[in-house]
Design a protein around this ligand. Sequence first.
Ligand code: FAD
Length: 611
Amino acid sequence: MEQKLAKVTDVAQKSFDFVVVGPSVSGCTIASRLSENPNVSVALLEAGNSHFDDPLVSVPDGWMQQVFDPEYDWVFRTTTQEKVVNNITTPSGGPDKSFFWSRGKGLGGSSALNFLFWTRPQREEIDAVEALGNPGWNWERYFAAAKRAETFLPSPANNFPEFRELYNKDSVGHSGPVPISFCRTVSGAELYFQKALEAHGVKTIDDGLGGSLTGTFKAAANIDPRTGTRSTAATGYIVPALDRPNLKVLTAAYVNRVLTKKEDDDVVATGVEFEHGGNVHVVHAAKEVILCASTVKSPHILELSGIGNRNVLEPLGIPVQVDLPSVGENLQDHLIFTSCVFKMKEEHGFVTSETITLPEVQAKLRSIYGEAAGPLSLACTGVTFLPLHTFSDRADELIEKVEKRIEQNADKLSPGLKEQYELQLKLLKDKNVPDLEIVVFPVNVHPAGPPKPHIGLLPSIGHPFSRGTIHASSSDPKVQPTIDPNYLAEEIDIDILVESAKFIRKVTQDGPWKDVSEAELIPGANITTDEQLHEFVKTNVSTTWHSSGTCSLAPKEKGGVVDTHLKVYGTKNIRVADLSILPLLTVVHTQATTYGIAEQAADIIKADHSI
Ligand SMILES: Cc1cc2nc3c(=O)[nH]c(=O)nc-3n(C[C@H](O)[C@H](O)[C@H](O)COP(=O)(O)OP(=O)(O)OC[C@H]3O[C@@H](n4cnc5c(N)ncnc54)[C@H](O)[C@@H]3O)c2cc1C
């Protein structure tokens, strides 16, 4: 397969209709869709390597070894965060006031190292994007586009059939490039959490991909059940397209900046500058440059190209092409409370990242799967989505508090943020819209020692009110941008995490969960009061790697970077089409959302050029 990739001489100094930066979830989708037309030429540039036939990519739980390895992971790092401590997702596993932001490097972007959850947003969340002033960016169009990315396939035998695989065939795609299914190996603890939730009034739902998420269910996964391997944007969209003469995919090509010229009042992209093998090259774009380099790198590349806030660019000596202050603003991320861990009773045979290494567990799994192909590996799959009123009896009080704060600060909010907050409040008040996710996490992130079944029940904020920034800190493209997620700047975010931790305690202290668990290891018996829990939660959080918003889709005067055609304001032919355009983060894991954005982007670009 490697020989089907482009050589630098196929791309450098050549001209293509479209130059796509970053074979991410979005970049692979768009490059593939555009090059379906043989009359359209496309160059797709990736900074990392191809990782074809690499077991760390193809084996579903290979992510555990990819994370923090610079061959696969950009290993970005945030600024020191004032209000929180990350105590897990650091290379040392020890506490750190800055956060390590893993991002996939290589064909497929983060789809090649993510945790495989395949989830779709709530209808109202996507409709909120349209309500921000983006006609056409609504649930109906998103849902149709998102389903085009996937082919839902029935699962083979799994190790815990009582944890049911429920779905609605009208809510999934049946002929898209990315095979999805339910994963084969689950921990088993998901079932007991589900039962415990049911005992507290939370419904098990049978249509988790249909736009109505409130409840608990087994999530689908980007796993091809025919091979037991990970489906990535590259395996789905690019590998089958590599024989197209009009598509050139170049790896190890680090894009420095978009090259532009002025035409009337607009900036026009003429191509991009990239480094390959220690040399700097140019590839020309006859029609467009499309940035799909992620929430971290797309705003960075724009700023390196002179498109951004004058006050950021001028001190760095970057000549301003378009003064667009919203580039790199409006950063949102799901913060997750990582330290709610239970020791489970051994007699139930729960499979975790620790116990799956035991020969007796492997033998049992093989006996269940028989001759079914593929490696043995574990995936996370137990998900629960809850509206604030479901998990907190302080819901009305918290809503009132945040309402007051917005009112008091209305004059100080950046353009468009008041409108965003009003929509977030509407979601928070809606008793059918989830504001929180709890995942059952069978990966032991805490106690060392002999393999034991440890299970985390980890809640994450769905619609954070805190906003951060990502900005260039140097004119040197190799110096990574300054990432400041500004975690927990808004009190409502920590309130939600604390309320969710209390809810998890309530659900697990007796009944079906208590029956199968030995003890709550962490936070544990010493953390009892609300104040203690508040402090504990703040010092035990992680990113979930779901950041969005730094090239927001919104009217320019409302903090937008791109318009409804995903064109960067002030430019004629530069688009951004990755997760960075999502102006309001949705409660779910973000890959299926990104595929949906990219499929819509491809439609728009084709229509704009009548191709
Ligand atoms: C560790 C981790 C776990 C996750 N788990 C899940 C999950 O379980 N479920 C889920 O739905 N989502 C998950 N996500 C999130 C999901 O994968 C991302 O939201 C999604 O991939 C975003 O897609 P994107 O197109 O915006 O960018 P990405 O997929 O991140 O891709 C960006 C691409 O651009 C390339 N690039 C960047 N800069 C340059 C440059 N200068 N030159 C050339 N190329 C460049 C990168 O190498 C990469 O290939 C996870 C993410 C991570 C990092």
